[in-house]
Design a protein around this ligand. Structure first.
Ligand code: ARG
Length: 651
């Protein structure tokens, strides 16, 4: 019989081998992808040309951004692209109108440009660009058609590895709304980095060790001895629910019996030290919880490359603390503890020094200036480790053994101090340079402005959120059916559509908003076809499909007609900007930039098909419009794929 410790070691070593070979395969496969470079895209070329002109004129190209003209700006109906030179002129200490004119004279000469004019306004001036439609638009349509699913992707990452740390719920606890946001944001970034030519590797850093476990095991033993058979039955019928229940019960009991907490701590230390029986129980409890987490993962269809929880690093921590002591990054603290001494940290996101993270108040109402340094515990006097210790070992593994070029943590904003400390520690230990690991933080998911709770005050289970959204989507479909005089029963296909709409709504509602903000969950959102929501995008996509179904006798070869409408021009310009949008979303770890562009596109598409007929149009207009519809369909699909929600073919 192998001991518990051997079993765990074997489990972890298998995991290690598996993960490394999967990663190796992904790297090999990525070499087969022939992605274009950003510089091959028409819009990118135009932007770099304009930036080069600015540089030549002694201006800072980072101080302006070329976009579609703001709708408020008068006289820009037929302007394709515009930018304000206000800040670039201010930076250079020059008159904005002069600057704009200087730029305009040069931009005019570019191949893809037809006309440029300047509109002076208070404190700045706009440079307005009209493109050479025939050539620019034909090129864009061609790019989309040729690259199809790869339109918007580019080879910048060159097969380098990005590790994405997302979801990471805690075993024997409920998966929270925060874990859902992490899963959604993390996986979207996974896709975005993949589009940027990186090899994305997603790890679920499960909270599968520590005092939570001690608490659950304590209560488990208690229930077993007090009401064995009944408890066993409960575990058999609903293992994960029962675990959550006993975890909560421990909370109540430890208030009555303070010794319970000490015993729980004792148990978790025993587990960390490799107690046979506890390790066996640990395996069972972990499996039971995973069953519950997978209900959510299966529903939102989000995969992981590695399920490596905190326990995976149990045997990797001694080496890390040794390094820390040798390099004098850590020091011996009171009662034999090992600590990271209180100090001013660098904030990797701003590059500024932050003197406050590691300070603490002695008395509750001490002023900021009375705060004192606080050492952070790395190893407790009893030899136990902490969340932070495990994260230090984790980063080392990811950077050194998995060869990560970048490590992205999609974790709630409350953990900002934790990550700042972590990144400073691993920088000093020389495991991972500052800036290479990034905390992609996000706000809360609320319902009616409050943390999500049911009426009885219980935390809403995530599965319920998803189910509520799916049933709202069902109502939407049922209403459409009864409006058409059909029965309201959903067949399998309609059920599948309801899933795509319901789940898509939860995902899109998250990703369309700036992640740093607190967001609202609206259980009815999946019922609404109003613009700005997911069903609107899905519905628009289906409309394009039905237009194409009816299209006959068009040609793949055509010239872009000179008299295309304003909305068609706007659609084409926006389509051409998509690769840049993806690149900006990647650089700022902000999926909402893609979501916003998708939202704009679908609104334009709606205006388009309400005002322009595709199939009755004369040639060459018809062939052009068919190509435009196909291009929009493709880009909507590519964008929604990066945001990870699905398009039904019919709605
Ligand atoms: N389990 C943690 C929590 O629920 C999140 C872990 C995030 N990832 C990490 N490497 N620290 O708060």
């Amino acid at each position: 019989m192998p001991s518990g410790k051997d079993k765990l070691a074997e489990f972890n070593s298998k995991l290690d081998t598996q993960v490394k070979s999967d990663l190796k395969k992904k790297i090999t496969d990525s070499k087969k992808r022939a992605l274009p470079s950003l510089g091959d895209y028409s819009f990118y070329k135009l932007v770099t040309d304009v930036e080069a002109i600015a540089k030549k004129l002694g201006l800072n190209p980072e101080a302006f951004k070329i976009t579609q003209p703001p709708s408020k700006l008068k006289g820009t109906e037929d302007v394709d692209l515009a930018f304000n030179v206000g800040s670039v002129a201010r930076e250079a200490g020059k008159d904005p109108e002069e600057v704009a004119k200087g730029l305009a004279d040069e931009i005019k000469k570019l191949d893809s440009v037809n006309e440029v004019d300047v509109i002076p306004l208070k404190g700045g001036a706009f440079v307005n660009i009209k493109l050479n439609h025939a050539s620019y638009f034909a090129r864009v349509l061609d790019e989309i058609k040729k690259l199809s699913d790869d339109f918007g992707s580019f080879n910048e990452g060159d097969g380098k590895v990005v590790i994405l740390d997302y979801s990471a719920p805690n075993i024997a606890k409920n998966m929270t709304a925060g874990h859902l946001r992490s899963t959604i944001i993390g996986y979207s970034l996974y896709k975005i980095y993949e589009a940027g030519g990186y090899v994305s590797f997603g790890i679920n850093h499960l909270g599968d060790t520590g005092t939570t476990f001690g608490k659950v095991i304590y209560q488990y033993n208690k229930e077993m001895s007090e009401r064995g058979d009944e408890f066993k039955k409960e575990l058999e019928t609903d293992p994960s629910g029962t675990l959550m229940h006993i975890y909560r019960k421990f909370g109540e009991e430890s208030i009555k019996d303070p010794k319970a907490m000490d015993e729980a701590r004792e148990l978790s230390l025993k587990l960390e030290q490799g107690d046979d029986e506890l390790i066996d129980l640990w395996f069972k409890i972990r499996d039971w919880s995973m069953e519950c987490f997978y209900k959510v993962y299966d529903k939102i269809q989000i995969p992981f490359d590695g399920m490596m929880g905190e326990s995976f690093y149990d045997d990797k921590m001694p080496a890390v603390t040794e390094d820390g002591l040798n390099l004098e990054v850590f020091k011996k603290g009171e009662e034999g503890a090992i600590v990271f001494p209180g100090q001013t940290l660098s904030d990797p996101s701003t590059g500024k020094e932050n003197p406050n993270v590691m300070k603490t108040r002695v008395n509750k109402d001490d002023k900021a200036e009375d705060m004192v340094w606080k050492d952070e515990i790395i190893v407790k006097p009893n030899g136990g480790t902490l969340y932070l210790t495990r994260d230090v070992a984790t980063i080392r593994y990811r950077a050194e053994e998995l060869g990560a070029e970048k490590i992205i943590y999609a974790v709630g904003k409350e953990q900002r101090p934790h990550f700042m400390m972590l990144f400073n520690i691993v920088d000093q230990l020389d495991y991972c340079k500052l800036g290479k690991a990034v905390h992609v933080s996000f706000g809360h998911l609320n319902m009616e402005g409050k943390k999500m709770k049911t009426r009885e005050g219980k935390v809403i289970l995530l599965n319920d959120i998803l189910d509520e959204s799916i049933s709202a989507a069902k109502e939407l479909i049922q209403k459409r059916k009864t409006d058409l005089g059909e029965s309201s029963d959903l067949n399998d296909e309609e059920q599948d559509i309801a899933n795509k709409v319901g789940i898509g709504t939860v995902i899109y509602n998250d990703l369309r908003q700036d992640r740093e903000k607190d967001i609202e969950f609206n259980p009815d959102a999946a019922k609404s076809l109003e613009s700005g929501g997911c069903p609107y995008i899905q519905y628009t996509y289906c409309r394009l499909g039905s237009i194409l179904k009816k299209a006959e006798d068009y040609s793949e070869k055509f010239e872009v007609p000179a008299d295309i409408s304003q909305v068609e021009k706007k659609m084409l310009v926006l389509l051409s900007m998509f690769p840049n949008t993806v690149s900006e979303a990647m650089r700022s770890n902000s999926p909402h930039k893609i979501a916003n562009s998708l939202d704009q596109l679908t609104q334009l598409v709606n205006t388009f098909y309400q005002s322009q007929d595709v199939n009755k149009a004369p040639e060459p207009l018809k062939s052009f419009r068919v190509a435009l519809v196909k291009a929009c369909q493709q880009v909507i699909r590519n964008a929604s794929d990066l945001l990870h929600f699905e398009m039904p073919e019919r709605m």
